[in-house]
Design a protein around this ligand. Structure first.
Ligand code: BDR
Ligand code: CA
Length: 311
């Protein structure tokens, strides 16, 4: 089987942890690297959490640390959702091994060149590392096959009524990405809120009995409480949605559109402005906005992948 070479750019992060657990069980994916960035918590913590997850999986992907703050702004975190440590309060030792010296954006560029136009970057965090790669390497957009991002929303927001967290944290980097010309697939809140998992389903996964299944369950518990208190049916698997979309797009509905990011507004800062519902007025339509999912198929796939862990 020809595998898809991917880099996962993330800020673990509880749903990032779920995304990494799932990605490492998808036979079609070749995880060439995991890059970390400041977002849900500071970058030292997101990197430590990436190491924890790698260790629990027993995987050998290299980890490259990236930006400790957005390109032009101060960092806003989501520690109230992900815990002060970004790991949902789960206690797991941080492995001692060092991570690679190379910075995330340099690793992205190098690996993109090595992959001869086949690399897919799955970005499930603020887009700072990608923004820096775009600024530093002019040919970077031509080297990447596509970007699949968890970020934005055609309608609404979560961190504010207008904006989704990953785009809100670094709107300038996000806008650079939307303007770079490379195909982008945007798994925003429109679809990721539909990719929820119920408390009963998470419990069923824990019952598979592996340490990885237990981590999947434990890391989501605090977040689950908050989602349920807000009247949701379960916790949204935002970042896993982007990972599964990159391999199983047939489970999803998507439509081409142009997207730009509001970088100047106050109430609307970080809004992904799409022309999905407005006669396609933007010049560029290089974005597939993902709007819907077959949730039954999605959850079945999550179950099947998590069941593959056996220790
Ligand atoms: C996104 O924000 C983060 O808190 C999550 O990890 C996800 O990437 C959802 O808006
Ligand atoms: Ca994330």
């Amino acid at each position: 089987m020809k595998k898809i070479p991917v880099i996962i750019d993330c800020d673990p992060g509880v749903d990032d942890t779920a995304a990494l657990l799932l990605a490492c069980q998808i036979p079609e994916l070749d995880v060439r690297a995991v890059t970390t960035v400041a977002g849900n918590v500071g970058v030292d913590k997101t990197t430590a959490n990436a190491k924890r997850v790698r260790n629990i999986i027993g995987a050998d992907f290299p980890i490259f640390q990236g930006a400790d703050k957005p390109m032009f702004r101060d960092l806003v975190t989501a520690a109230e959702f992900h815990g002060e440590d970004g790991f949902g309060g789960v206690e797991l030792p941080i492995p001692e091994e060092d991570i690679s010296e190379e910075k995330a954006w340099d690793a992205m560029y190098r690996i993109a060149k090595e992959c001869d136009g086949e690399l897919v970057i799955i970005a499930v965090a603020p887009l700072t590392n990608i923004g820096i790669a775009l600024a530093k390497y002019k040919e970077f957009p031509n080297l990447v096959k596509k970007f699949v991002i968890m970020g934005g929303a055609a309608v609404g927001g979560n961190v504010t009524p207008a904006a989704e967290f990953n785009v809100y944290v670094d709107p300038e980097a996000a806008d650079m990405l939307f303007c770079c010309g490379t195909p982008i697939h945007m798994c925003g809140l429109d679809v990721t809120m539909k990719c929820y998992i119920t408390p009963e389903e998470v419990k069923q996964i824990a019952d598979f009995g592996s340490v990885q299944a237990k981590l999947f369950h434990d890391v989501l518990q605090n977040c689950m409480k908050k989602y349920m208190q807000s009247g949701n049916r379960g916790v949204a698997l935002h970042d896993p949605a982007a990972v599964l979309y990159s391999v199983y797009p047939q489970m999803f509905t998507a439509e081409e559109a142009g997207v730009r990011v509001e970088t100047k507004g106050t109430r609307t800062l970080g809004k992904t402005v799409t022309d999905l519902y407005s006669d396609k007025q933007f010049e560029q339509h290089n974005v597939c906005v993902v709007t819907d999912v077959d949730r039954t198929a999605f959850i079945e796939k999550v179950f099947a992948l998590m069941k593959q862990y056996t220790n």
